[in-house]
Design a protein around this ligand. Structure first.
Ligand code: FE
Length: 303
């Protein structure tokens, strides 16, 4: 029984056509459906129907979808979330395009998470039989898959407790004030084997800091950076490397101002690994290892 992975990010955008250009032409996702003011997109190495939904009207996060192991998991996670004090609601097949029954949970941070087991399976572009390592005619960055999201929460400790107690996530890394107080500022939590499937830092409830795509390596990050310059994408910071997760990164903005990230590297983790701790005096090194400086925009711009 487990949550397997982040399956979809559903975000709001101010302009669907500008978003199409960014997500499909620059990032290279494929539009698999559109209608009712929404675009559904997937990346070339994703099996399920879609991984990103863009909805016209505003900015920020509508919800995150996490896929669970089995239908029975939904009952268990629903009960635990209710016991924790969260509002939950059952969702039915068809509430979300291509997605089956599930449970919608309002987190202690007021973000909405949907747990589901079934989503239409459409396969990757290279398939399961003697697959090529990548499709020949990728567009733009050609992102292979989404990876994680980082959200903000007024009470990070409460949110960490929710993900640990209700959904069996574990913290790979934690950022605390200092060893005397140990107040939690941020947590990078995983359900799979990567250092984070969800992360959150202290900030206003219900806000999105960024969602990220996984790229193959540092060269792919640099190549993405070149394409961002060619396409006049607004870059927040990078390319650089994180202390936390050890990943390599560029942060950038979609045309509506939602922050995206391309991320590579990061270690493989397992449930028995101890949690890594960062103290606030080392925050800048933890976030951006090489420059050791966090720009004002990075902490203040949320959608
Ligand atoms: Fe990230």
């Amino acid at each position: 029984m487990a949550v397997m992975r982040l399956g979809y990010v559903h975000a709001r955008v101010t302009d669907l056509d500008a978003s199409r250009s960014h997500y499909a032409q620059t990032l290279g996702m494929r539009v698999v459906h559109e209608g009712d003011g929404r675009l559904y997109l997937k990346s070339w190495d994703e099996w399920d129907h879609h991984s990103v939904v863009l909805e016209e009207g505003g900015v920020g996060l509508v919800k995150l979808g996490y896929k669970v192991d089995s239908p029975a998991d939904l009952d268990v996670f629903e009960r635990r979330a209710e016991r924790f004090g969260c509002t939950t609601k059952r969702m039915s097949r068809g509430d979300n395009l291509a997605v089956g029954d599930g449970v919608r949970i309002v987190l202690p941070s007021e973000h909405v998470v949907e747990l589901y087991h079934e989503i239409e399976f459409t396969g990757t572009e290279t398939g399961t039989l003697n697959p090529a390592p990548f499709p020949r005619h990728l567009v733009g960055v050609g992102v292979p898959r989404i990876d994680h999201a980082l959200i903000t929460a007024e009470e990070p400790a409460l949110l960490e407790r929710f993900f640990a107690e209700c959904l069996d996530f574990r913290p790979a890394e934690r950022l605390i004030t200092d060893h005397s107080k140990e107040e939690l500022i941020g947590s990078w939590m995983f359900c799979g084997n990567s250092p984070h499937d969800i992360a959150f830092i202290k900030g206003p409830n219900s806000k999105l800091h960024h969602f990220a795509y996984q790229l193959e390596d540092w060269n792919a990050i640099r190549h993405a950076g070149d394409l961002f310059a060619m396409d006049d994408v607004s870059v927040d910071i990078g390319p650089t490397r994180h202390g936390i997760t050890r990943g390599q990164t560029i942060y950038f903005f979609d045309p509506s101002g939602n922050r995206n990230e391309v991320f590579s590297g990061g270690y493989t983790t397992f449930p028995d690994f101890p949690t890594i701790t960062w103290t606030a005096d080392q925050l800048a090194t933890g976030i951006f290892y090489i420059g050791r400086e966090v720009n004002e925009r990075f902490t203040s711009v949320l959608t």
